[in-house]
Design a protein around this ligand. Structure first.
Ligand SMILES: [Zn+2]
Length: 74
């Protein structure tokens, strides 16, 4: 798992995603690892691609991200 930071190391790799966190306590504009979870209620309109129907919880600050188009696999 080269390149996976300590705060994300305990999360199964298939649940990891890199996001640009908009939470208050993460550095702005830096990508951060988050944990994927199925979105309650299913995909939102316009949601498409690999992460459609998911939300991601920032592993550093807990921010809940829904902007799936910005996400990247580890
Ligand atoms: Zn964050």
């Amino acid at each position: 798992m080269a390149g996976i930071p300590k705060y994300a190391a305990g999360v199964p790799r298939h649940e990891l995603v890199k996001i640009l966190c908009r939470g208050g306590s993460c550095p702005k504009g830096q990508s951060t690892y988050a944990r994927l979870a199925l979105r309650e209620g299913g995909p939102i309109p316009g949601d498409s691609g690999r992460y459609a129907g998911y939300v991601a919880h920032c592993l550093r600050c807990g921010y809940r991200a829904t902007d799936t188009y910005n996400w990247q696999g580890p």
